[in-house]
Design a protein around this ligand. Sequence first.
Ligand SMILES: Cc1cc2nc3c(=O)[nH]c(=O)nc-3n(C[C@H](O)[C@H](O)[C@H](O)COP(=O)(O)OP(=O)(O)OC[C@H]3O[C@@H](n4cnc5c(N)ncnc54)[C@H](O)[C@@H]3O)c2cc1C
Length: 362
Amino acid sequence: MTVAVVGAGLSGCAAVIALARRGIRATWLAGQGTRVEPFGETLAPAAGAILDSLGIRDVLDDHRHRASVSTFSSWGSDTLQERNAALALTGTGFVLDRPAFEAAVFARAQELCEPIGTRVVGIAGAGEAWSLGLADGSSHLARFVVDATGRHASIGRRLGRRSTGPRLLAVTTTTHEAPSDVEPTRATMIEAMPDGWIYAAVRSDRRLCLAYFTSPASMPRGITRQAADWGDILASSAHVSRWIADVGFDLGQPAVVRDASAAWLGTPAGTAQDGRCGWAAIGDAAAAFDPLSSHGMTSALWMGERMGAVAHGFIEGDPALLSDYAGAVARGVDAFIRARRMVYAREIRFADRPFWASAAVG
Ligand SMILES: Cc1cc2nc3c(=O)[nH]c(=O)nc-3n(C[C@H](O)[C@H](O)[C@H](O)COP(=O)(O)OP(=O)(O)OC[C@H]3O[C@@H](n4cnc5c(N)ncnc54)[C@H](O)[C@@H]3O)c2cc1C
């Protein structure tokens, strides 16, 4: 009954692996697994070192992921600026086949710990331990609980106040492979638009992934059904629409609207029962960053990796690493909030539009 990890996204998998490397076999309450939309997110260069320390760097040796070398952005100016990772000391990130990446990381965690496919529905102090209420009505005892439940923050929101930034919704789609006679540039583009911004990336399989981000008020109702609305949104971009037309990609149709707002816990970790029990939230449960940062997955992996030392220290009677962790996450959230405001305020062309007016101050 020592450590329980709740959730099976990247953060939960990283925690399970890090704990196993410290000789701690956690109880892994994995929920229903993670259903990931087929999409092409960007994994930041910093993730490589974290995957290394988890001993799973080789999950990126897969032709379905491509090195992310060129990123073009139009933000605060009509001109496209290129950032070329070949010249950056931080190394290159990756445009992922996200389901393939998640499945590979999950498989490595599963080699070390058998997941239990159940949801946690409650948590209460029970003397020396936490009692986790499970969906089937049973309960599980643990001295240290890791909340890796993503934006649900199923445990953390009961133990620490959750705050949110300005509401942001996302629609994503992956178009078909590029027409065979045209070789699309393997690049990523980020473009500010009058009512939001768009991310476009060509994956290694020559399919273009699109994600459009805007406020709930500016997201057309029924966007997942109305091809005309989706077409209008894409037409209001200057650069991405030209890229689509030049290569001849079809427009695709977003299948689902997702919450992409920044959200974080005021207290991301702590102790209870006079210090006999501990808990920590990791990944999106602790701090879900605006996807503009392209750091959600990397932060999730980092926080999960930290759990090896943090939970080990706590169980051995040293809670110092737990408070160090809470402080580091809180500082990261402060830095993120400041940086986010600065970046949104830099887009002055659309400053009078409601989306940009609220994004820059939120
Ligand atoms: C549109 C969009 C685009 C993005 N693009 C990028 C990008 O380009 N780069 C990047 O780095 N990040 C990106 N992100 C962020 C990134 O996807 C997340 O930060 C990352 O997935 C967080 O992983 P996680 O493990 O914390 O949570 P999740 O992946 O959400 O996993 C949570 C897990 O917990 C389980 N669970 C939930 N509740 C319970 C419960 N009560 N009991 C048991 N299990 C439970 C779920 O089933 C799931 O397995 C993007 C996000 C969005 C919305």
